[in-house]
Design a protein around this ligand. Structure first.
Ligand code: RIB
Ligand code: CA
Length: 312
């Protein structure tokens, strides 16, 4: 089985962390070319440090981490510290990682990694604001045609927003970047709140991961505990949705999801609805057949996939 060449762009972030642990564990299926980080949940310096900490816990220092953009393309930065804690990793014990980031900027890392490989061989998973990917597309116009596909966590259609009434955080934090990516023509799978709200970490899921033992399992249980308390105190009051796990789970097991082809446009100017993803299933033969919107997921199957990989 040929491995998927993957660049994982993220803003860790407690739920990004769970997804990164899955990516680090998927050695058999994924050639993880690198992790690029961006300002989002917390400042860029923290998301970069956090990616290095998670990489060390997973003992994957073979994977380079490159720090990317420190602010969105146009709008002012907005963080999500209330859901991720001051460090960005909840109350996970923080230590300075042995290995730091690469000297190269995350945007240039993406460009170099994609343009140095044959067309249609590199996938990008994005679980934060899409600033790095959009800036890479602007700097290297050939990138969007060279990429195999993008699998992104972001947006909302039926679920409404989670940072404003009509916008999900990743898109709201950099709507112009999301617009650039949506218009790029690269095959795009969107994991919006419509599907991520179906993937919530229940006690039985967390118990199965706790039973694995070891540093990654322990870190995941700590992170799930923080997310559970935050979700119950500040959001739905239920189990914590695992937004960022969805793109990685889809990459490894696409049959766990149901997708629909769509047109997707991003609001970038209205103060009231900026960051809204206007997802229209009606124009399937539109000039944008390259976008697919996830509408359902097998949550138990996703957590079983995570548990299986973390047990390896
Ligand atoms: O809306 C959910 C997204 O915002 C996730 O990527 C989470 O990490 C936060 O960045
Ligand atoms: Ca994220």
């Amino acid at each position: 089985m040929t491995k998927t060449s993957l660049i994982f762009d993220c803003d860790p972030g407690v739920d990004d962390a769970i997804a990164l642990f899955l990516a680090f564990a998927a050695r058999d299926e994924v050639d993880l070319l690198g992790v690029t980080t961006v300002a989002g949940n917390v400042a860029a310096a923290l998301t970069a440090r956090n990616a290095c900490i998670l990489r060390e816990i997973a003992q994957r220092e073979d994977v380079p981490v490159a720090a990317g953009c420190e602010r969105p393309m146009v709008r002012a930065p907005i963080d999500a510290g209330h859901f991720h804690g001051q460090t960005g990793l909840g109350d996970l014990p923080i230590s300075t990682p042995q290995k730091g980031v690469e000297a190269i900027h995350g945007v240039d890392f993406i460009i170099n990694a994609v343009m140095s490989r044959p067309s249609d061989t590199v996938t990008v998973a994005v679980t934060g604001p899409m600033t790095n990917l959009a800036m890479a597309m602007v700097k290297e116009p050939r990138l969007s045609r060279r990429l195999a596909r993008i699998i992104a966590m972001g947006g909302a259609r039926s679920e409404g927003g989670n940072i404003t009434a009509s916008a999900e955080y990743n898109i709201y934090a950099d709507p112009h970047a999301a617009q650039v990516v949506a218009e790029s023509g690269t095959p795009l799978v969107m994991m919006g709140l419509d599907v991520t709200h179906q993937v919530r970490a229940a006690a039985r899921h967390i118990d199965a991961i706790a039973a694995i033992g070891g540093p990654v399992s322990k870190a995941c249980v700590n992170l799930f505990g923080f997310m559970d308390r935050t979700e119950k105190a500040l959001a739905s009051g239920g189990d914590a949705p695992q937004h960022d796990l969805c793109p990685m789970a889809y990459l490894l097991a696409p049959t766990l999801f149901t997708l629909r082809p769509c047109r997707m446009e991003v609001e970038t100017s209205s103060p009231l609805t900026s960051g809204h993803t206007a997802v229209d299933f009606r124009h399937r033969d539109s000039p944008q057949p390259h976008i697919k919107w996830a509408i359902s997921a097998d949550a138990d199957g996703i957590f079983a996939l995570l548990t299986d990989h973390l047990s390896r």
